[in-house]
Design a protein around this ligand. Structure first.
Ligand code: GLA
Length: 354
């Protein structure tokens, strides 16, 4: 028997009059995720602290209009290609693919209208693991410059062990590149900055970037750098150091290569917030994860409950393939061919430390 509940309601309408629905997934312990089918966006995620007090651990807005007009990728699904593609172009099978540029000269998170800005078809169901929301989107051949019709499914399940699990699958009718991820900004204290959160990343190496955050192609050991999170470290401990990579990112905005076989589910990172006792583990089948510390938040966005989001008020773990893979032959491939099925599992699991 599956436990928990899933309920649906109207959240708003896009400027073209398309209805956007909100789905509330609750497990038997009272953990609750509210997700809309615009961008597959997690609006809120309530998990207990060490005293059992529920708190919303993700940043976001109160209404659809704010998500449409000003969201810095709060809580959304990211695709067709997460993170940057240099110069907004790459070549595939000897043919040049020219993408929409939305980050200076580069393409970021799928382009001008990525998967975060489309309305997905939604279905809900109760599964043996818990309440689930299935989302489907068909990205047309040529959309944002990408070749091939890509049919994507994303399933969120709220499990009894207090995890929000996300499973992607995708198929294409022409060779294309795919890199899907999730972009919640977490704050396990539910307020203030995240500098005292303690992070461990299951990684010995990262991919250094240039000034426009494009990987140089190098895979560098983290040892002796501010990128060494092999042992638990506060986010804030080295975030303002003189390290050139830190300066390029304005903090952490880099890709860590995970110490585990690609395609196998394993631990990417653990984050602990000492005051509330909340712990979040990030698990993935992906070979790497972007770790971003909300460096671009600058106090100009007001979110849920009137919280003015300042620099480093949230952090993101975005499990994925390496940024700019289509232009980096030495990086694990992101090419998807007809007949193959793209698969990617990302799990954010919550617990407490007494
Ligand atoms: C990713 C990128 C960042 C930034 C955020 C959203 O983490 O690497 O540079 O774009 O998404 O603002």
């Amino acid at each position: 028997m599956s436990k928990g509940t899933v309920e649906a309601g109207l959240f708003g309408k896009t400027p073209d009059g398309v209805e956007v629905h909100v789905f509330t997934l609750t497990n038997s312990k009272g953990v609750e995720a509210r997700i809309i089918n615009y961008g597959g966006t997690v609006l809120s995620l309530k998990v207990p602290d060490r005293n059992g007090i529920m708190g919303d651990v993700v940043l976001g807005f109160d209404n659809l209009d704010d998500y449409i007009k000003k969201s810095p990728y709060f809580g959304c699904l990211v695709g067709r290609f997460g993170n940057r593609i240099a110069g907004g172009k790459f070549s595939l099978n000897g043919k040049s693919c020219v993408l929409a540029k939305n980050n200076g000269e580069n393409s970021l998170h799928g382009g001008l209208k990525g998967f975060d800005k489309v309305v997905w078809a939604a279905t809900t169901k109760m599964t043996a693991d818990g309440p689930a929301l299935g989302l489907n989107y068909v990205s047309n051949d040529g959309e944002e410059g990408f070749t091939g019709t890509l049919s994507v499914t994303a399933v969120y399940t709220l499990t009894e062990d207090n995890a929000l699990a996300l499973e992607f699958t995708a198929v294409t009718d022409k060779d294309t590149v795919v890199n899907l991820t999730h972009h919640s900004y977490f704050n396990l204290a539910c307020r203030g900055d995240v500098l005292d959160h303690v992070v461990t990343v299951n990684s010995d190496t990262f991919t250094p970037v240039n000034v426009s955050l494009i990987p140089t192609g190098e895979v560098k050991p983290v040892g002796g750098t501010p990128f060494d999170f092999r042992k638990p470290e506060k986010i804030g401990a080295r975030i303002n150091s003189q390290d050139q990579q830190i300066k390029f990112g304005g903090g952490y905005d880099h890709n860590w290569v995970l110490n585990k076989p690609a395609g196998k589910l394993g631990l990417a990172a653990t984050v602990t917030e000492p005051v509330s006792g909340r712990v979040m583990e990030v698990l993935t089948t992906e070979p790497a994860t972007q770790f971003y510390t909300g460096n671009f938040l600058d106090g100009t966005l007001t979110g849920k409950g009137g919280w003015v989001y300042a620099k480093r008020n949230g952090f993101c773990f975005e499990p994925q393939h390496y940024p700019d893979s289509p232009n980096q032959p030495a990086f694990p491939t992101t090419v998807l061919k007809p007949g193959q099925t793209y698969k990617n599992t990302i799990i954010y699991r919550f617990s407490v430390r007494k």
